[in-house]
Unconditional design. Structure first.
Length: 127
């Protein structure tokens, strides 16, 4: 079963996105959990919110959504991840962000580990 397109990711404190580009994908992937040494740490935060997918690409009810995976990083390098288990949570705060431009995307994750294509990438400048 293919995952449906994930609704747009928004930085609540910055702006919502009006359109998204998606292509469905059945492949599973493994999240990277190690933070690279060049990622700045600090006291900045980004509040992310999104809409949960409700149907598959075939138009049937999506019954195996298990959660979401948030990808983020600096310099358009989304090397850090946060696993959000469960489907009820659709807002997440990432803290400990250092100065610079941060990039964020999110993927829906099925109970088998398959990921949807990423949402559009959004940015936030921490100063």
């Amino acid at each position: 079963m293919k995952l449906t397109r994930l609704a747009c990711l928004a930085l609540v404190s910055v702006f919502p996105l009006a359109a998204c580009n998606f292509h469905d994908n059945d492949s599973a992937s493994t999240a990277t959990t190690a933070a690279p040494a060049n990622v700045p740490n600090g006291s900045g935060t980004a509040t992310l919110s999104w809409e949960a997918p409700t149907t598959t690409t075939q138009g049937t009810a999506l019954t195996n959504l298990a959660g979401y995976r948030i990808y983020y990083g600096v310099h358009d390098n989304l090397s850090q991840t946060v696993q959000v288990n469960g489907v009820g949570l659709q807002t997440y705060v990432i803290d400990g962000l250092g100065q610079g431009t941060w990039y964020f995307a999110i993927k829906a994750v099925s109970s088998t580990g398959a990921e949807s294509p990423p949402s559009n990438v959004v940015t936030k400048v921490i100063s």
